[in-house]
Design a protein around this ligand. Structure first.
Ligand code: NDP
Length: 296
């Protein structure tokens, strides 16, 4: 195995420590950033994420609130919760955990969140701000975390050809927006691929930095990677594995072992990008708090 492993654990820990240090400084003036997470229903994966977010928030010294609503909550009731959090002065950022039950229109809920408190960065106002390079944009945590991994691992994005596989609104598109902005962690030449891309392997092989966010277990193989390229695996997939106590294991969208033989650097799954996401959510909450304080 030749690739350098981009370990998300120390990187995420460093960001969380920086956030905690900033929170401590504000605590001296009696001020505290607050994050709320709204969860509707009992989706087991969502329950795990929400618990982890609340715990991370408390560990960073922030005020944390989890709003648990039943599966039968109506859209009007959820919108009323969003309105309450929009007005709550103790809450500087909040998110509504996805997926939502099918009887609720997720777009309507998302659009009701005050963009200044939209720590997921999914509101159209934040999407627009990110796209025009406005530094007040709240940036979606996962691609923001990828960008931080690149910066903090000393991987040069400037002038590099970054190929992103996946064009979702939560990963692929904001990843492209971040990497093409001028400045640190940007200035890349970006290609975004999707299911209609012609000759995906050839496009991937042209990448200096390959970011994969497809949701397809171990799809990217060694022949799709240029020797020495940096490979960032965003994918989190459960695959059946009878040898594991839980009956499954977690793999990325990249065939890790063979790709690590050719890549220059690679993120593991788990322990790579996934570790960064919550750290960036805390960072976003701190940013929302600081921006609110600036406006006060
Ligand atoms: P989506 O399903 O929303 O998007 C997947 C994208 O991959 C689509 O744009 C799709 O193309 C593209 N795609 C699928 N198959 C192919 C193919 N054969 N060739 C080329 N492109 C293809 O997924 P997300 O962006 O939400 O998530 C991607 C992965 O990242 C998932 O495994 C998810 O679990 C993980 N994830 C991890 C996070 C973390 O914290 N680490 C956070 C968020 C997501 P098209 O648009 O044409 O359909």
């Amino acid at each position: 195995m030749s690739a350098r492993i981009l370990d998300g654990v120390p990187l995420a820990d460093a960001i969380r420590a920086e956030v905690a240090a900033a929170v401590k400084r504000y605590a001296g003036d009696g001020r505290k950033p607050g994050l709320a997470v709204v969860i509707v229903g009992e989706n087991p994966a969502s329950q795990v994420y929400v618990k982890a977010k609340g715990k991370a928030c408390e560990e960073a010294g922030m005020h944390s609130e989890t709003v648990r609503l039943s599966e039968r909550t109506t859209e009007a009731e959820l919108l009323a919760t969003v309105e309450r959090l929009n007005r709550d002065p103790a809450i500087h950022g909040f998110l509504v955990q996805l997926p939502l039950p099918s009887h609720i229109n997720g777009e309507r809920v998302l659009n009701a969140i005050d963009p200044a408190k939209d720590v997921d960065g999914f509101h159209p106002v934040n999407v627009g701000r990110l796209s025009i390079g406005d530094p007040t944009a709240l940036r979606p945590a996962t691609p923001f975390g990828v960008q931080q991994m690149l910066i903090r691992s000393g991987i040069e994005t400037r002038g590099a050809h970054a190929v992103i596989v996946g064009r979702s609104n939560i990963v692929g598109k904001p990843m492209a927006s971040l990497l093409i902005q001028p400045g640190t962690g940007g200035d890349a030449t970006v290609t975004v691929c999707h299911s209609k891309t012609r000759d995906l392997p050839a496009v991937c092989r042209s990448a200096d930095i390959l970011v994969v966010a497809m949701g397809k277990p171990e799809f990217v193989t060694a022949d799709m990677v240029r020797p020495g390229a940096t490979v960032i695996d965003v994918g989190i997939n459960r695959v059946d594995d009878a040898s594991q106590p839980k009956g499954y294991r977690i793999v990325g969208d990249v065939a890790y072992a063979p790709v690590a033989e050719v890549a220059g650097a690679i993120t593991p799954v788990p322990g790579g990008v996934g570790r960064m996401t919550i750290a960036m959510l805390l960072q976003n909450t701190l940013q929302a708090f600081q921006q609110a304080a600036g406006r006060a």
